[in-house]
Design a protein around this ligand. Structure first.
Ligand SMILES: NC(=O)c1ccc[n+]([C@@H]2O[C@H](COP(=O)([O-])OP(=O)(O)OC[C@H]3O[C@@H](n4cnc5c(N)ncnc54)[C@H](OP(=O)(O)O)[C@@H]3O)[C@@H](O)[C@H]2O)c1
Length: 327
Protein backbone atom coordinates (compact mmCIF):
# COMPACT_ATOMS: atom_id res chain seq x y z
CA UNK A 1 0.00 0.00 0.00
CA UNK A 2 1.25 3.46 -0.87
CA UNK A 3 0.45 6.49 1.33
CA UNK A 4 -0.27 10.12 0.46
CA UNK A 5 -0.47 13.36 2.41
CA UNK A 6 -3.92 14.51 3.43
CA UNK A 7 -3.85 18.28 3.08
CA UNK A 8 -2.09 20.09 5.90
CA UNK A 9 -2.95 17.52 8.56
CA UNK A 10 0.47 15.88 8.55
CA UNK A 11 -1.25 12.51 8.09
CA UNK A 12 -0.11 10.03 5.50
CA UNK A 13 -3.18 8.09 4.45
CA UNK A 14 -3.45 4.88 2.45
CA UNK A 15 -4.14 5.86 -1.16
CA UNK A 16 -6.78 3.15 -1.26
CA UNK A 17 -8.74 3.64 1.93
CA UNK A 18 -12.13 2.28 3.03
CA UNK A 19 -15.64 3.67 2.72
CA UNK A 20 -17.86 2.32 5.48
CA UNK A 21 -21.35 3.22 4.23
CA UNK A 22 -22.30 -0.27 3.00
CA UNK A 23 -21.33 -1.92 6.29
CA UNK A 24 -23.73 0.46 8.05
CA UNK A 25 -26.85 0.30 5.90
CA UNK A 26 -28.70 1.27 2.69
CA UNK A 27 -26.89 -1.40 0.63
CA UNK A 28 -29.02 -4.49 1.36
CA UNK A 29 -28.19 -6.87 4.20
CA UNK A 30 -24.56 -6.93 5.35
CA UNK A 31 -24.00 -8.95 8.53
CA UNK A 32 -21.92 -7.61 11.41
CA UNK A 33 -19.52 -10.50 10.80
CA UNK A 34 -19.00 -9.47 7.16
CA UNK A 35 -18.64 -5.80 8.11
CA UNK A 36 -16.04 -6.61 10.77
CA UNK A 37 -14.16 -9.03 8.51
CA UNK A 38 -14.04 -6.40 5.75
CA UNK A 39 -12.61 -3.81 8.13
CA UNK A 40 -9.99 -6.25 9.43
CA UNK A 41 -9.01 -7.16 5.88
CA UNK A 42 -8.65 -3.49 4.98
CA UNK A 43 -6.23 -2.95 7.90
CA UNK A 44 -4.38 -6.16 6.97
CA UNK A 45 -3.91 -4.66 3.49
CA UNK A 46 -2.43 -1.45 4.93
CA UNK A 47 -5.54 0.76 5.02
CA UNK A 48 -5.13 3.37 7.77
CA UNK A 49 -8.02 5.69 6.92
CA UNK A 50 -11.74 4.92 7.13
CA UNK A 51 -14.62 7.12 6.04
CA UNK A 52 -17.96 6.79 7.80
CA UNK A 53 -20.91 8.92 8.96
CA UNK A 54 -23.17 9.17 11.98
CA UNK A 55 -26.16 8.18 9.84
CA UNK A 56 -24.72 5.03 8.21
CA UNK A 57 -27.03 2.49 9.82
CA UNK A 58 -27.84 5.06 12.52
CA UNK A 59 -24.40 4.73 14.14
CA UNK A 60 -23.86 1.07 13.26
CA UNK A 61 -20.97 1.76 10.89
CA UNK A 62 -19.22 3.92 13.49
CA UNK A 63 -19.71 1.29 16.21
CA UNK A 64 -18.31 -1.53 14.04
CA UNK A 65 -15.27 0.61 13.28
CA UNK A 66 -14.77 1.35 17.00
CA UNK A 67 -14.92 -2.38 17.75
CA UNK A 68 -12.25 -3.19 15.17
CA UNK A 69 -10.06 -0.25 16.14
CA UNK A 70 -10.03 -1.40 19.75
CA UNK A 71 -8.73 -4.83 18.77
CA UNK A 72 -5.93 -3.59 16.45
CA UNK A 73 -2.61 -2.04 17.31
CA UNK A 74 -2.26 -0.12 14.01
CA UNK A 75 -2.99 3.59 14.06
CA UNK A 76 -6.28 4.11 12.22
CA UNK A 77 -7.61 7.55 11.27
CA UNK A 78 -11.39 7.85 11.18
CA UNK A 79 -13.26 10.47 9.21
CA UNK A 80 -16.92 10.79 10.08
CA UNK A 81 -19.67 13.20 9.05
CA UNK A 82 -22.50 15.21 10.50
CA UNK A 83 -25.56 16.96 9.16
CA UNK A 84 -27.80 14.29 7.70
CA UNK A 85 -29.70 13.80 10.95
CA UNK A 86 -31.67 16.91 10.07
CA UNK A 87 -35.23 16.03 9.06
CA UNK A 88 -34.90 18.53 6.22
CA UNK A 89 -31.68 19.86 4.68
CA UNK A 90 -31.96 23.56 5.51
CA UNK A 91 -29.15 25.91 6.39
CA UNK A 92 -30.97 26.89 9.61
CA UNK A 93 -30.31 23.35 10.91
CA UNK A 94 -26.54 23.90 11.01
CA UNK A 95 -26.58 25.45 14.46
CA UNK A 96 -24.00 25.25 17.22
CA UNK A 97 -26.38 23.16 19.32
CA UNK A 98 -27.08 20.65 16.53
CA UNK A 99 -23.45 20.32 15.43
CA UNK A 100 -22.34 19.83 19.03
CA UNK A 101 -24.99 17.18 19.68
CA UNK A 102 -24.23 15.23 16.48
CA UNK A 103 -20.52 15.28 17.31
CA UNK A 104 -21.17 14.03 20.85
CA UNK A 105 -23.09 11.06 19.33
CA UNK A 106 -20.18 10.23 17.03
CA UNK A 107 -17.68 10.51 19.89
CA UNK A 108 -19.76 7.98 21.82
CA UNK A 109 -20.20 5.61 18.86
CA UNK A 110 -16.51 5.73 18.03
CA UNK A 111 -15.44 5.51 21.71
CA UNK A 112 -13.02 8.44 21.43
CA UNK A 113 -12.58 11.83 23.10
CA UNK A 114 -11.71 13.66 19.86
CA UNK A 115 -12.87 12.98 16.30
CA UNK A 116 -9.94 12.79 13.86
CA UNK A 117 -11.79 14.42 10.95
CA UNK A 118 -15.37 15.69 10.94
CA UNK A 119 -16.94 16.42 7.56
CA UNK A 120 -20.12 18.35 6.90
CA UNK A 121 -22.26 15.76 5.13
CA UNK A 122 -23.40 17.32 1.84
CA UNK A 123 -25.11 20.32 3.42
CA UNK A 124 -27.19 22.68 1.30
CA UNK A 125 -25.11 24.99 -0.92
CA UNK A 126 -26.05 27.98 1.23
CA UNK A 127 -24.01 26.62 4.14
CA UNK A 128 -20.87 27.54 2.18
CA UNK A 129 -21.97 31.15 2.35
CA UNK A 130 -22.39 31.06 6.13
CA UNK A 131 -18.98 31.65 7.74
CA UNK A 132 -20.58 31.29 11.16
CA UNK A 133 -21.03 27.54 10.56
CA UNK A 134 -17.29 27.21 9.97
CA UNK A 135 -16.73 29.38 13.02
CA UNK A 136 -18.58 26.80 15.11
CA UNK A 137 -16.31 24.09 13.69
CA UNK A 138 -13.25 26.19 14.59
CA UNK A 139 -14.59 26.44 18.15
CA UNK A 140 -15.09 22.67 18.29
CA UNK A 141 -11.46 22.20 17.24
CA UNK A 142 -10.38 24.57 20.03
CA UNK A 143 -12.56 22.67 22.49
CA UNK A 144 -10.78 19.43 21.54
CA UNK A 145 -13.92 17.74 20.20
CA UNK A 146 -12.55 17.47 16.67
CA UNK A 147 -8.94 17.45 15.48
CA UNK A 148 -9.66 18.63 11.94
CA UNK A 149 -12.69 19.31 9.80
CA UNK A 150 -13.59 19.13 6.13
CA UNK A 151 -16.61 18.88 3.89
CA UNK A 152 -18.31 16.33 1.72
CA UNK A 153 -19.87 18.05 -1.28
CA UNK A 154 -22.18 17.26 -4.16
CA UNK A 155 -21.04 19.97 -6.58
CA UNK A 156 -17.70 21.29 -7.79
CA UNK A 157 -18.96 24.82 -7.09
CA UNK A 158 -19.46 23.90 -3.43
CA UNK A 159 -15.95 22.45 -3.28
CA UNK A 160 -14.45 25.65 -4.69
CA UNK A 161 -16.36 27.75 -2.18
CA UNK A 162 -15.55 25.46 0.76
CA UNK A 163 -11.79 25.75 0.31
CA UNK A 164 -11.99 29.49 0.81
CA UNK A 165 -12.44 28.73 4.53
CA UNK A 166 -8.94 28.36 5.96
CA UNK A 167 -9.96 25.65 8.45
CA UNK A 168 -11.19 23.24 5.77
CA UNK A 169 -8.62 20.44 5.57
CA UNK A 170 -10.35 18.06 3.18
CA UNK A 171 -13.01 17.87 0.50
CA UNK A 172 -14.81 14.65 -0.26
CA UNK A 173 -16.27 14.56 -3.77
CA UNK A 174 -17.50 12.00 -6.29
CA UNK A 175 -14.60 11.36 -8.66
CA UNK A 176 -14.32 8.36 -10.95
CA UNK A 177 -14.18 7.45 -14.67
CA UNK A 178 -17.82 8.61 -14.89
CA UNK A 179 -17.30 11.86 -12.95
CA UNK A 180 -14.34 13.74 -14.32
CA UNK A 181 -15.22 17.38 -13.77
CA UNK A 182 -13.44 17.78 -10.40
CA UNK A 183 -10.12 17.31 -12.24
CA UNK A 184 -10.72 20.37 -14.44
CA UNK A 185 -10.34 23.29 -12.06
CA UNK A 186 -10.98 22.16 -8.52
CA UNK A 187 -8.00 19.79 -8.18
CA UNK A 188 -5.50 22.51 -9.10
CA UNK A 189 -7.02 24.93 -6.60
CA UNK A 190 -7.18 22.35 -3.82
CA UNK A 191 -3.56 21.43 -4.44
CA UNK A 192 -2.52 25.05 -4.31
CA UNK A 193 -4.30 25.48 -0.97
CA UNK A 194 -3.03 22.12 0.29
CA UNK A 195 -6.49 20.72 0.85
CA UNK A 196 -6.83 16.93 0.90
CA UNK A 197 -9.21 15.21 -1.53
CA UNK A 198 -11.20 12.07 -0.77
CA UNK A 199 -12.53 10.47 -3.96
CA UNK A 200 -15.84 8.90 -3.06
CA UNK A 201 -18.10 6.53 -4.98
CA UNK A 202 -14.94 5.47 -6.85
CA UNK A 203 -16.62 2.37 -8.31
CA UNK A 204 -19.81 4.21 -9.33
CA UNK A 205 -21.77 2.14 -6.77
CA UNK A 206 -20.45 -1.12 -8.25
CA UNK A 207 -20.91 -0.31 -11.96
CA UNK A 208 -17.15 0.14 -12.38
CA UNK A 209 -16.45 -3.32 -10.97
CA UNK A 210 -17.76 -4.69 -14.27
CA UNK A 211 -19.93 -7.29 -12.53
CA UNK A 212 -23.35 -5.70 -12.96
CA UNK A 213 -25.72 -6.81 -15.71
CA UNK A 214 -28.94 -5.53 -17.20
CA UNK A 215 -30.85 -8.11 -15.13
CA UNK A 216 -28.95 -7.60 -11.85
CA UNK A 217 -31.38 -7.08 -8.98
CA UNK A 218 -30.95 -5.14 -5.75
CA UNK A 219 -32.66 -5.62 -2.40
CA UNK A 220 -35.49 -3.27 -1.45
CA UNK A 221 -33.23 -1.63 1.17
CA UNK A 222 -30.35 -1.11 -1.29
CA UNK A 223 -30.18 2.48 -2.61
CA UNK A 224 -29.44 1.07 -6.06
CA UNK A 225 -33.07 0.00 -5.91
CA UNK A 226 -34.78 2.74 -3.91
CA UNK A 227 -32.73 5.79 -4.97
CA UNK A 228 -32.19 5.06 -8.63
CA UNK A 229 -34.26 8.12 -9.51
CA UNK A 230 -33.21 10.22 -6.53
CA UNK A 231 -36.27 9.41 -4.40
CA UNK A 232 -34.37 9.43 -1.09
CA UNK A 233 -31.27 11.59 -1.62
CA UNK A 234 -29.20 13.18 -4.40
CA UNK A 235 -29.44 10.88 -7.42
CA UNK A 236 -25.74 11.50 -8.06
CA UNK A 237 -24.87 9.20 -5.14
CA UNK A 238 -26.36 6.20 -6.94
CA UNK A 239 -24.36 4.96 -9.96
CA UNK A 240 -22.80 8.47 -9.95
CA UNK A 241 -26.02 9.78 -11.47
CA UNK A 242 -25.42 7.90 -14.73
CA UNK A 243 -28.45 6.05 -15.98
CA UNK A 244 -27.99 2.32 -15.60
CA UNK A 245 -28.13 1.25 -19.26
CA UNK A 246 -25.69 3.97 -20.39
CA UNK A 247 -23.38 3.01 -17.53
CA UNK A 248 -23.42 -0.66 -18.49
CA UNK A 249 -22.59 0.17 -22.12
CA UNK A 250 -19.68 2.41 -21.06
CA UNK A 251 -18.38 -0.31 -18.75
CA UNK A 252 -18.12 -2.66 -21.76
CA UNK A 253 -15.87 -0.09 -23.44
CA UNK A 254 -13.67 0.06 -20.35
CA UNK A 255 -13.50 -3.74 -20.25
CA UNK A 256 -11.61 -3.61 -23.56
CA UNK A 257 -8.96 -1.37 -21.99
CA UNK A 258 -8.04 -3.61 -19.03
CA UNK A 259 -4.37 -4.54 -18.88
CA UNK A 260 -3.68 -8.25 -18.35
CA UNK A 261 -4.34 -9.44 -14.83
CA UNK A 262 -6.00 -6.20 -13.70
CA UNK A 263 -9.60 -6.36 -12.48
CA UNK A 264 -11.99 -3.62 -13.51
CA UNK A 265 -12.25 -2.42 -9.90
CA UNK A 266 -8.48 -2.11 -9.76
CA UNK A 267 -8.46 -0.27 -13.10
CA UNK A 268 -11.14 2.17 -11.91
CA UNK A 269 -9.22 2.88 -8.69
CA UNK A 270 -5.86 3.17 -10.44
CA UNK A 271 -7.43 5.68 -12.84
CA UNK A 272 -8.34 7.84 -9.82
CA UNK A 273 -4.86 7.48 -8.33
CA UNK A 274 -3.35 8.84 -11.55
CA UNK A 275 -4.37 12.30 -10.25
CA UNK A 276 -1.85 13.43 -7.67
CA UNK A 277 -4.25 15.95 -6.13
CA UNK A 278 -6.24 12.97 -4.78
CA UNK A 279 -5.25 11.96 -1.26
CA UNK A 280 -7.15 8.70 -1.35
CA UNK A 281 -10.01 6.80 -2.94
CA UNK A 282 -12.51 5.38 -0.47
CA UNK A 283 -14.16 2.35 -2.09
CA UNK A 284 -16.87 0.60 -0.14
CA UNK A 285 -16.45 -3.12 0.48
CA UNK A 286 -18.84 -5.72 1.87
CA UNK A 287 -16.47 -8.68 2.02
CA UNK A 288 -12.76 -9.33 2.57
CA UNK A 289 -12.48 -10.48 -1.07
CA UNK A 290 -13.78 -7.13 -2.38
CA UNK A 291 -11.49 -5.23 -0.03
CA UNK A 292 -8.34 -7.09 -1.08
CA UNK A 293 -9.26 -6.71 -4.75
CA UNK A 294 -9.60 -2.96 -4.23
CA UNK A 295 -6.46 -2.54 -2.14
CA UNK A 296 -4.41 -4.28 -4.82
CA UNK A 297 -5.05 -1.24 -7.04
CA UNK A 298 -2.26 0.51 -5.12
CA UNK A 299 0.29 -1.86 -6.68
CA UNK A 300 -1.11 -1.81 -10.22
CA UNK A 301 1.22 -0.04 -12.69
CA UNK A 302 0.39 3.48 -13.81
CA UNK A 303 -2.00 3.65 -16.76
CA UNK A 304 -0.37 4.82 -19.95
CA UNK A 305 -1.19 8.00 -21.80
CA UNK A 306 -3.29 6.23 -24.46
CA UNK A 307 -5.45 4.55 -21.82
CA UNK A 308 -6.03 7.81 -19.94
CA UNK A 309 -6.97 9.47 -23.24
CA UNK A 310 -9.35 6.61 -24.06
CA UNK A 311 -11.17 6.96 -20.73
CA UNK A 312 -11.42 10.71 -21.32
CA UNK A 313 -12.84 10.13 -24.80
CA UNK A 314 -15.39 7.64 -23.48
CA UNK A 315 -16.42 10.14 -20.82
CA UNK A 316 -16.70 13.01 -23.30
CA UNK A 317 -18.74 11.01 -25.78
CA UNK A 318 -21.04 8.92 -23.59
CA UNK A 319 -21.16 10.23 -20.03
CA UNK A 320 -20.37 13.93 -19.99
CA UNK A 321 -23.79 15.12 -21.27
CA UNK A 322 -25.47 13.28 -18.37
CA UNK A 323 -23.39 14.57 -15.49
CA UNK A 324 -20.93 17.34 -16.30
CA UNK A 325 -23.21 20.34 -15.92
CA UNK A 326 -25.06 18.87 -12.93
CA UNK A 327 -22.32 18.26 -10.40
N1 LIG B 1 -22.55 12.04 0.77
C1 LIG B 1 -21.44 11.43 1.10
O1 LIG B 1 -20.64 11.98 1.80
C2 LIG B 1 -21.19 10.06 0.60
C3 LIG B 1 -22.04 9.48 -0.36
C4 LIG B 1 -21.69 8.25 -0.91
C5 LIG B 1 -20.56 7.60 -0.47
N2 LIG B 1 -19.77 8.15 0.49
C6 LIG B 1 -18.55 7.47 0.98
O2 LIG B 1 -17.83 6.93 -0.12
C7 LIG B 1 -17.66 5.53 0.07
C8 LIG B 1 -17.59 4.84 -1.27
O3 LIG B 1 -18.74 5.04 -2.06
P1 LIG B 1 -19.89 3.95 -2.18
O4 LIG B 1 -19.71 2.91 -1.12
O5 LIG B 1 -21.17 4.69 -2.26
O6 LIG B 1 -19.66 3.32 -3.63
P2 LIG B 1 -18.48 2.54 -4.34
O7 LIG B 1 -17.28 2.51 -3.51
O8 LIG B 1 -18.38 3.11 -5.70
O9 LIG B 1 -19.11 1.07 -4.48
C9 LIG B 1 -19.08 0.20 -3.39
C10 LIG B 1 -19.85 -1.09 -3.67
O10 LIG B 1 -19.36 -1.75 -4.82
C11 LIG B 1 -19.31 -3.18 -4.57
N3 LIG B 1 -17.89 -3.54 -4.60
C12 LIG B 1 -16.86 -2.91 -3.97
N4 LIG B 1 -15.68 -3.47 -4.29
C13 LIG B 1 -15.94 -4.46 -5.14
C14 LIG B 1 -15.12 -5.39 -5.81
N5 LIG B 1 -13.80 -5.37 -5.71
N6 LIG B 1 -15.73 -6.31 -6.63
C15 LIG B 1 -17.06 -6.33 -6.77
N7 LIG B 1 -17.89 -5.46 -6.14
C16 LIG B 1 -17.34 -4.53 -5.34
C17 LIG B 1 -19.95 -3.40 -3.21
O11 LIG B 1 -21.37 -3.56 -3.33
P3 LIG B 1 -22.10 -4.89 -3.90
O12 LIG B 1 -21.23 -6.06 -3.58
O13 LIG B 1 -23.44 -4.92 -3.25
O14 LIG B 1 -22.23 -4.65 -5.39
C18 LIG B 1 -19.69 -2.08 -2.54
O15 LIG B 1 -20.57 -1.78 -1.50
C19 LIG B 1 -18.86 5.15 0.95
O16 LIG B 1 -18.69 3.90 1.56
C20 LIG B 1 -18.89 6.31 1.90
O17 LIG B 1 -17.87 6.15 2.87
C21 LIG B 1 -20.07 9.38 1.02
Amino acid sequence: MEYRSLGRTGWKVSEVSFGAWAIGGAWGHVSDADGLASLHKAIDCGVNFIDTADVYGDGRSERLIAQVKKSRKEQIIIATKAGRRLPKQVVEGYTRANLTAWIEDSLRNLSVDTLDLLQLHCPPTEVYYRPEVFGVLDDLVKAGKIRYYGVSVEKVEEALKAIEFPGVQSVQIIFNCFRQRPAELFFAQAKQKQVGILARVPLASGLLTGKLRRDSTFAADDHRNFNRHGNAFDVGETFSGVDYETGLAAVEEIRKMLPNGVSMSQFALRWILMFDAVSCAIPGGKSPAQVSDNCAASSVSSLNHETMAAVKRLYDQKIRPLVHQRW
